[in-house]
Ligand binder design. Structure first.
Ligand code: C5P
Length: 193
């Protein structure tokens, strides 16, 4: 039986860093599901068509990490047919042996409701904006506006809104170093592993 770790949370909460660290620690595969929506947004044209035609090589585009790609992703992510087209790929990935870590917004609620471990990673929006500004070399105040806009869109959409699963453990990384957050996440997984 593969072991699945579902990690959800808002942008720049630290979920990607934790997902990569957990995958390395436990020898699991890792999927950053935000990249799927970023790639669909970046492909242009009809987003439903783009989601249905998406190939793993599309995830390698170098422009997917930008703030614009994040905004475009959150717009296409509100379209139910886009989400439906990406569901099977994510479920298949989650079945990788001996285990997989998926991070996104709806992993614990929709994609992998039976995941062995569910983490909801969060941090205050000002701290997330500072982290993202440092990472992208961008203006902090502008990052804060963009994060708030994206969080609001992701949280209120009708289909698969961003929210913690009822059985998720919430990890607030606002006042944690990366190493402390990783140690805490490893401890949470080891409790059930
Ligand atoms: O995680 P990341 O910032 O790369 O995600 C980009 C956007 O993709 C999010 O703002 C969200 O709208 C969408 N997304 C989603 N469901 C996921 C992962 C990402 O709706 N599982």
């Amino acid at each position: 039986m593969p072991f699945t770790i579902a990690i959800d949370g808002p942008a720049a909460s630290g979920k990607g860093t934790l997902a990569r660290a957990l995958a390395t620690h436990f020898g699991f595969a890792h999927l950053d599901t935000g990249l799927l929506y970023r790639a669909v947004g970046a492909m242009g044209g009809d987003p439903i068509d783009a989601a249905q035609r998406l190939q793993p090589s599309d995830l390698q585009r170098s422009d997917l990490r930008s703030a614009e790609a994040g905004q475009a992703a959150s717009r296409v992510a509100a379209i139910p047919e886009v989400r439906a087209a990406l569901l099977e790929f994510q479920r298949r990935f989650a079945a990788t042996e001996p285990g997989a870590v998926l991070d996104g917004r709806d992993i614990g609620t929709v994609i992998c409701p039976d995941a062995e471990v569910k983490l909801y990673v969060t941090a205050s929006d000002t701290i997330r904006a500072r982290r993202r500004a440092l990472e992208l070399g961008a203006d902090e105040a502008q990052m804060l506006r963009e994060l708030r806009e994206r969080d609001a869109r992701d949280a209120v959409r009708d289909v698969a809104p961003m929210k913690p699963a009822a059985d998720a453990v919430t990890l607030d990384t606002s006042d944690m170093s990366i190493d402390d957050a990783i140690a805490k996440a490893v401890e949470i997984v080891e409790r059930v592993r």
